[in-house]
Design a protein around this ligand. Structure first.
Ligand code: C2E
Ligand code: MG
Ligand code: MG
Ligand code: MG
Length: 276
């Protein structure tokens, strides 16, 4: 199927080819140009407080608006960026844009996803702080989401970076909690502020007794630590009801709000304001 000329655009981003070195280098080159040409954008998904059902934060999710291929989701390029220094540039671009957009978001906080690769650099927290300073952003309004794929060894560089960010007032969230192999180990190693329950548990909530039990147990742990616990991927009213009952403090998913770009007018006002 991949050889048909009409499907070339699709083929270029076919997951089957991600292992292909030439394909990887091609995407890398295009992404490097995209960063320079401002072809990336952030979509924001609201997170609601379970207690008040008001929006407390937005999660920034990167997209690549390719001039030929249209909108490309992060799953098709973040992994490739992670294999080079591109992830550092991409990550810094995301943080800077999220900070610039924050006043127009209408919520008190914004969450950014950070790759393990970014935390390997000893100066990561310093560069992070520089972006906040540059954009005049209160660190207390920023949430950093990391997955448990980041090796967090006591005394390691990643841990030191997270500790510095946290000391500044940035909140640290474990993303996709329960999806990896080391969730509990991870909780023991660092004082996280937020746990985000992986959406596969939310998806199975109504049909699987074990998944419902795990969600309840995660909420119990979160309550006694205490840390915030956000359920992601909520698509049905039934899931929402069960998650509130289990004790989730934050709620996120298509049912409540899909990721969407900042309305264009607000963004241009914001850019004018920050340029002034
Ligand atoms: P994530 O951080 O776990 O983000 C949640 C993903 O679930 C997003 O996909 C979001 O659009 C999707 N989602 C939200 N609500 C629902 C729902 O109700 N149902 C379903 N089926 N999905 C829902 P997206 O935007 O494609 O992002 C995928 C992943 O890419 C993210 O997972 C995150 O790990 C990564 N990513 C996104 N933006 C960035 C970024 O700026 N930097 C880095 N390093 N990674 C990013
Ligand atoms: Mg996330
Ligand atoms: Mg997640
Ligand atoms: Mg994820």
């Amino acid at each position: 199927k991949g050889k048909k000329a009409g499907r070339r655009a699709v083929v270029a981003f076919d997951a089957d080819m991600l292992g292909d070195e030439r394909h990887r280098r091609f995407i890398e080159r295009e992404l490097r140009a995209a960063l320079l040409m401002d072809e990336l954008e952030l979509h924001y998904q609201p997170v609601f407080s379970a207690a008040s059902m008001t929006v407390t934060s937005h999660e920034a999710l990167v997209r690549w608006r390719h001039k030929v291929r249209g909108m490309i989701p992060p799953a098709q390029f973040v992994g490739i960026a992670e294999e080079s220094d591109l992830i550092d540039r991409l990550g810094e671009w995301v943080l800077r844009r999220a900070c610039a957009d924050l006043p127009a978001l209408g919520s008190s906080s914004v969450a950014v996803n950070v790759s393990p690769a970014q935390l390997r650099h000893a100066d990561y927290a310093d560069r992070f702080a520089a972006v906040l300073l540059e954009t005049d952003t209160d660190p207390c309004r920023i949430i950093v989401e990391i997955t448990e794929t980041v090796p967090l060894n006591a005394g390691g560089v990643a841990m030191a970076n997270l500790e510095m960010l946290r000391a500044m007032g940035v909140r640290i969230a474990i993303d996709d909690f329960g999806a990896g192999h080391a969730s509990l180990q991870y909780l023991r190693g660092f004082a996280f502020d937020i746990i985000k329950i992986d959406r596969t548990y939310v998806a199975n909530l109504a049909d699987s007794r074990i998944d419902a039990m795990i969600v309840s147990a995660i909420c119990d742990i979160a309550r006694s630590l205490p840390v915030e616990v956000i359920a992601e991927g909520i698509e049905t009213q039934e899931q929402l009801t069960r998650l509130k009952l289990a004790g989730c403090t934050g709620l996120q998913g298509y049912l409540l709000g899909r990721p969407a770009p900042l309305p264009a007018r607000e963004r241009s006002q914001q850019q004018r304001a920050s340029a002034a």
